[in-house]
Design a protein around this ligand. Structure first.
Ligand SMILES: Nc1nc2c(ncn2[C@@H]2O[C@H](COP(=O)(O)OP(=O)(O)OP(=O)(O)O)[C@@H](O)[C@H]2O)c(=O)[nH]1
Length: 502
């Protein structure tokens, strides 16, 4: 399956390469024509002059406009190639992971055959379906057995798995000791009746410790699965294991309402969004619900300042910058004044985030489950956020240089131009801006639908959300969160995306 996909990607890459070559050849020829036509205006020996005229006369296309179009085509081809290379890398990575898992499985069978498998590590597979499931590479515990009737029902439902709505994934991040596990515990014990799977990412020695410290819900959530990902941080080394873990979980989609993914305290949450957005198979089965960052009110200032004088950027900043919800926890340990300052500080890093104060993460469940922070159907909420950010001044500069900026313009936009612009600033880092997060609503030419744009690091998505309402002011509003943001350039670029046909 993966091999086939790799071949497909390679085929597409080949085609894209051919197109780029053809476009470059044409561009070279056109540039010769352009040079020749310029040279015609300069004195030349007659024979050279004649040759130049011939080149110009043989060219029937309007050179300048064709050159512009070709340059655009080449750029698009490059972006496509960039995307294919990335997919190929991901696919190859997954292929390797599957191979490794296969070889492990072979080892497992050999050991089991000799009766020597340590019981703790042996997966408790109680049904045929579970035996057939490919487990994630690391520890997986299945806490439920199915009787034959529910197994059959489950199998029937299994056939219609694709028709089920995607399962929401809440990423819980936050600095070391902020209260992430406390939040997971709280959710699992809440009276919401949801069936929840938990994925934990801990470093080597900690494996199993987190698991033991979290109490499964009693009368609340049914913990379907615990998946512990070892050996590294989700944002780098265990990415493939995470994809596999998610894939395994969604095989049981009919028995799951939600997935919680608790990261290590030193994780940068951005790559997680890209995993959930970029993986085609996963995309239909799971969706990023929201990124929740738990913040320790007592220690936040210290955590933010720790790296201020060094070149490394504190994870605490990034975790706040990417958050949709910030739970300002341990408010019992600070005064009201400090709390207000902290709220200001958090908003100066990320003014889009919804800040909730808490003691022991006791927050309203609706804030943490089914936020739909990335869902186009929640365009109204997004619009409200953007409206609040409109008044934001660019002088709200945080010490770190991380700032939030809102740019607005009322002209109808050309979607291709918007894509090119976003790719320039997110992928090519044109203008040296470091954009962590971007959210916006767009008024697109030839469309009566409001479009939303979402970006986390280099991954972005533009989707039609709903029809514009009559009374609405069709303004484009985009909020950027990042470092070295340049308001003038952003506004100029947004205006440059205006459609010329309207
Ligand atoms: N006083 C006070 N203590 C809290 C609060 N919330 C959590 N704690 C305590 O803070 C400590 C750390 O909480 P955890 O939930 O383990 O934090 P964590 O973010 O999962 O920690 P790591 O996994 O090490 O990153 C525990 O001793 C909690 O009991 C709070 O609101 N007030």
């Amino acid at each position: 399956m993966n091999k086939k996909k790799v071949h497909e990607i390679e085929h597409q890459l080949g085609e894209e390469n051919e197109m780029i070559k053809a476009a470059i050849d044409e561009l070279k020829n056109l540039q010769k024509v352009k040079e020749a036509s310029t040279a015609l205006k300069v004195w030349q020996p007659a024979i050279v002059h004649g040759r130049q005229r011939e080149i110009v006369e043989n060219c029937s296309v309007p050179v300048d406009s064709r050159i512009n179009v070709l340059e655009m085509e080449i750029k698009l081809c490059r972006q496509q190639i960039f995307g294919f290379l990335k997919s190929r890398r991901d696919e190859n990575g997954r292929l390797e992971a599957v191979k490794e898992k296969l070889s492990k499985k072979k080892r497992f069978e050999t050991v089991e055959g000799k009766g020597g498998f340590p019981s703790k590590e042996k997966p408790q597979t109680n049904t045929k379906m579970e035996e057939e499931d490919e487990g994630p590479p690391l520890a997986v515990e299945i806490n439920e057995t199915l009787d034959s009737q529910s197994f059959n029902q489950s199998l029937q439902k299994h056939e219609n798995l694709d028709e089920l709505p995607p399962v929401g994934v809440t990423v819980i991040t936050g600095y070391l000791g902020a209260g992430k596990s406390t939040l997971v515990n709280y959710i699992l014990n809440g009276k919401h009746g949801k069936r929840i799977a938990v994925i934990l990412n801990e470093f080597g020695e900690e494996i199993g410790v987190e698991r033991a410290m979290i109490n499964e819900g009693e009368g609340g959530a049914v913990v379907e699965e615990w998946v512990e990902l070892a050996n590294g941080c989700i944002c780098c080394t265990v990415k493939h294991s995470l994809v596999q873990a998610l894939e395994q979980l969604v095989q049981r989609k009919e028995r799951l309402d939600h997935i919680l993914l608790e990261t290590t305290g030193l994780a940068n949450p951005a790559p997680l969004a890209s995993i959930l957005w970029l993986d085609d198979q996963l995309e239909a089965a799971v969706k990023l619900d929201s990124i929740i960052t738990v913040v320790d009110a007592k220690n936040l200032r210290f955590q933010l300042k720790t790296h201020q004088d060094s070149s490394t950027f504190p994870e605490a900043f990034l975790q706040i910058a990417f958050a949709d919800v910030v739970i300002l926890n341990k408010v019992d340990l600070v005064s009201k004044n400090v709390l207000e300052e902290l709220e200001r500080e958090i908003h100066s890093i990320n003014s889009l985030a919804n800040i909730i104060n808490s003691v022991r993460c006791q927050v309203d469940m609706s804030i943490v489950l089914n936020c739909n922070a990335y869902d186009a159907s929640h365009a109204a909420h997004l619009e409200q956020l953007l409206e609040e950010n409109k008044s934001l001044t660019t002088k709200d500069l945080h010490d770190s240089g991380v700032r939030t900026m809102c740019v607005c313009d009322s002209q109808q936009l050309d979607l291709d131009k918007v894509r090119l612009w976003l790719e320039e600033i997110l992928w090519d880092k044109k203008y040296d801006m470091d954009i962590y997060r971007c959210k916006g609503v767009l008024n697109v030419v030839n469309s009566d639908e409001l479009h939303t744009v979402q970006a986390v690091r280099e991954i972005y998505e533009i989707v039609p959300a709903r029809k514009w309402k009559k009374e609405e002011n069709k303004t484009n509003k985009i909020v950027f969160i990042g470092r070295s943001l340049n308001e003038d350039i952003l506004i100029e670029c947004l205006r440059g995306c205006a459609s010329t046909t309207c």
